[in-house]
Design a protein around this ligand. Structure first.
Ligand code: ADE
Ligand code: ZN
Length: 336
């Protein structure tokens, strides 16, 4: 049977989406021009939209991708740029059947180049309000710390958001940890995670994407995260996997990302069958859709292509995604 209409209509929640990773090459070039931002002239990838798109199909690793990701976002300067970025994502998400989205943003990548934290959040929250009014799409912001930067720098960013009241007023729902994983283990950021826990914030971290399964156990044990982003190496430690299943810890999987960044050679290599058989809860997400060749529905379709799941299995995935969301119980009831 053709599962496309069923998967398109399935109510989805997205939990692993870097908003800066939804910056399309077309918008990137347009903003570079209007904001007068020079793109690297020495890299032939920046000669045209098509050349850049083609380069995105040849990433060799997470770090290879991150180089382009951090250059691309240099074109974002104003409140309006961030609002456009956010709203363009919400439009695509809505078209793909997303009802609730919890989106990552990387404030340090902006403050480091002179764009104020407040500018970023003002633009993104404006987009959130419009998406809810226009589509009924609810959303949350998750502030990510860049793990290639220091714990001290993470602490400063945390303090800035806290001082603006963004944690207590719900503008930012939780924290995350992203960028280069190997060599930058979660416990470096233990202190900021403990502050977040004390403040009643939700907590997640990228773990087990390129890093081994101990990055997952260390994120859980030392940083008290409630979710694991990617988590593909969880299958290398079955005892840990059973604990994650028992605790209903949500794994936010990103199939097309894992293939593009060569964590696996094909979607069929992902541990989706093992997760289902062992009761590990997971959601399916797009990570950086403008860079990895697809939005959330493309990821659902790629999983179906690789695993031919049945309707009951898909419904269990959709329910796990709702239950693992960080919205209130009232919203969950509506989504279920
Ligand atoms: N930042 C954006 N996408 C990322 C990913 N897949 N892993 C780590 N950091 C990221
Ligand atoms: Zn990610």
């Amino acid at each position: 049977p053709n599962f496309t209409p069923f998967l398109a209509a399935l109510p989805k929640c997205e939990h692993h989406l870097h908003i800066e990773g939804s910056l399309s090459p077309a918008t990137l070039f347009r903003l570079a021009k209007s904001n007068n931002i020079a793109l690297p002239a020495e890299d032939p990838a920046f000669q045209s939209i098509e050349a850049l798109q083609a380069r995105y199909e040849r990433f060799t690793s997470l770090d290879d991708f991150l180089g382009y990701y951090f250059i691309g976002m240099r074109t974002l300067l104003t409140v309006s740029d961030f609002e456009t970025l956010g709203y363009e994502y919400f439009q695509k998400a809505h078209a793909d059947g997303v009802h609730h989205a919890e989106i990552f943003f990387d404030p340090q990548a902006h403050t480091e180049r002179g764009v104020a934290y407040k500018t970023v959040v003002e633009g993104l929250t404006a987009a959130q309000r419009r998406a809810e009014a226009d589509f009924g799409l609810t959303s949350k912001l998750i502030l990510c710390f860049l793990r290639h930067m220091t714990a001290d720098e993470a602490g400063k960013t945390y303090q800035e958001a806290s001082a603006l009241g963004h944690f207590s007023d719900g503008t930012v729902a939780g924290i995350g940890l992203d960028s280069s994983e190997v060599g930058n283990p979660p416990e470096i950021f233990r202190e900021v995670y403990m502050s977040a826990k004390d403040a009643g914030l939700r907590r997640t971290a990228h773990a087990g994407e390129e890093g081994d399964s101990t990055y997952i156990s260390r994120a859980l044990d030392l940083c008290h995260v409630e979710r694991i982003d990617h988590g593909i190496h969880l299958v290398d430690d079955m005892e840990l996997l059973k604990r994650v299943a028992a605790n209903k810890t949500l794994i936010t999987m990103c199939p097309l990302s894992n293939v593009r960044l060569r964590c696996v050679t094909k979607v069929a290599e992902l541990p989706i069958r093992t997760f289902l058989d062992n009761g590990v809860r997971f959601s399916i997400n797009s990570d950086d859709p403008a860079y990895f060749g697809g939005y959330i529905l493309d990821n659902y379709l790629a999983v179906q292509d690789a695993f031919t799941l049945n309707v009951a299995e898909w419904k269990s995935i959709a329910v796990a995604a709702i239950e693992g969301s960080w919205c209130g119980d009232d919203r969950k009831t509506v989504l279920l």
